[in-house]
Design a protein. Sequence first.
Length: 137
Amino acid sequence: MSESGLIAHWPEIVGLDIARFARFERLNWPPRGAKADPDGPRGAATLILRIDAAFAIEAQHLSRLIVERVNAHFGWRCVEKVAFRQGPLPALKVRRGVPLPSAEAVAAARAAVKVEDEALSEALVRLGARVIDRARG
């Protein structure tokens, strides 16, 4: 398993709303072999996140969702719980998409999209504009 995948794709994994206030720091795996506690948890890691202090209470409420999204990313139950470390966060680097194609394609896609959720609507407009531009050649 690659922890670098969590670093590189953190906003895509947990969503931009969570990624703005919580960053992946590391995974703590339980000891194996002779060092393992026979009565302790087996197998699953603890996800350590650095969070903004103002986000601490909300992060606790979202911890189950964060665990589900990280486990879904890896395709198996590798994370069991989340631990938080409060502190300053580095600037969030979000990859920007390709600029919208032609103005005509954007206008046509916007006319076809009637969705109230603004983020979903914009994503559908970008997708529609690309489809229209590719169809035109």
